[in-house]
Unconditional design. Structure first.
Length: 310
């Protein structure tokens, strides 16, 4: 065989191998990345909109994921006077580890304190006056699901087993952190608990698990497209139509009355007025009874005196 043909064949094989490696260069646990082979042929994936390098062998922290959500993957055409409803959405400030910093701000002098899940736990205040001395850990998360109506409820044990398997295998959460899973048609309660003293550096955080799970349920999966999401119980699909997530911190939140919604304030005022009216009515009624007793007593004493005089 001609040496030139041999050399050409080797070049073609190397090119095909390079193309194959480039095609395999993706981040299985985070599609919000851009990946490329470095000079040594190692696949390196960086988060969209930042220089953060993703660890594709585990979940990306919620803080870093929120940063990628603030950066659209592709430019979009919008009306010149159009605007977005961004209430409650912010570009988080992340520590070197990827965790949330205790104090978060909205680009101005307005700031607030968050827990380790990035959820606000204090009133908003001025940057220079607000003190967030520590990042309070979210050590307990309750996830409540409601599935669509069906002719027969699922079997309780099958629901618990299916969700445990998904949480352990898809999100890599250690089974010790899954406290219990309860099913009462059509509601499912998932109880996750992870104290700081229990968590190892290699363990995924329950806040990240809850965020990935929420995105999966809402059909906005963070995983790469070849890792599709589906829930089934006993071979039948589990169609979730509602999802609520409750966060419990190691320390109680610090909200003041001024942050209550008008509806809550109205209820509080109504309860206070009802108590005030109830107490007032009780006092008036008691006074009337006492006055009545006094009148009866005076009348009886008068009759006794007249009887003595006779």
């Amino acid at each position: 065989m001609d040496p030139g043909q041999v050399l050409l064949g080797i070049v073609l094989v190397l090119m095909l191998a390079a193309v194959s490696s480039a095609q395999d260069c993706t981040c299985a646990s985070n599609k919000r990345t851009t990946c490329a082979l470095d000079r040594s042929g190692i696949c390196v994936c960086r988060l969209i909109g930042s220089a953060w390098v993703a660890n594709c062998s585990t979940l990306t922290s919620k803080c870093l994921l929120m940063k990628t959500e603030m950066t659209p993957a592709k430019p979009r055409r919008v009306p010149s006077h159009g605007f977005l409803d961004n209430d409650g959405i912010y570009d988080p400030d992340c520590a070197a580890s990827g965790a949330f910093k205790a104090k978060q701000c909205n680009g101005t002098d307005t700031c607030w304190c968050v827990n380790s899940a990035g959820v606000r736990r204090t009133d908003k205040g001025e940057r220079t006056k607000l003190n967030c001395s520590e990042l309070v850990r979210t050590n307990h998360i309750f996830i409540e699901l409601k599935h669509k109506k069906r002719s027969d409820p699922f079997i309780n044990s099958e629901v618990a087993n299916a969700l445990r398997y998904t949480i352990q295998n898809r999100y890599k959460l250690h089974p010790n952190y899954i406290r219990d899973i309860e099913y009462e048609y059509p509601f499912i309660s998932i109880n996750l608990k992870q104290n700081a003293s229990q968590k190892l550096n290699s363990d995924v955080d329950i806040a990240d698990v809850a965020y990935y799970f929420e995105k999966d349920v809402k059909r906005d999966s963070i995983f790469h497209s070849n890792n599709s999401f589906s829930l089934s119980v006993g071979g039948e699909p589990l169609d979730v139509e509602e999802m609520l997530i409750y966060y419990v911190d190691e320390k109680p939140p610090e909200f003041s009355m001024k942050q209550l919604t008008p509806g809550v304030i109205a209820v509080v005022v109504f309860v206070i007025l009802a108590l005030f009216i109830g107490i007032t009515v009780l006092v008036i009624t008691r006074r009337r009874r006492i006055g009545k007793y006094k009148k009866v007593e005076i009348k009886e004493m008068g009759e006794m005196r007249r009887g003595q005089n006779v």
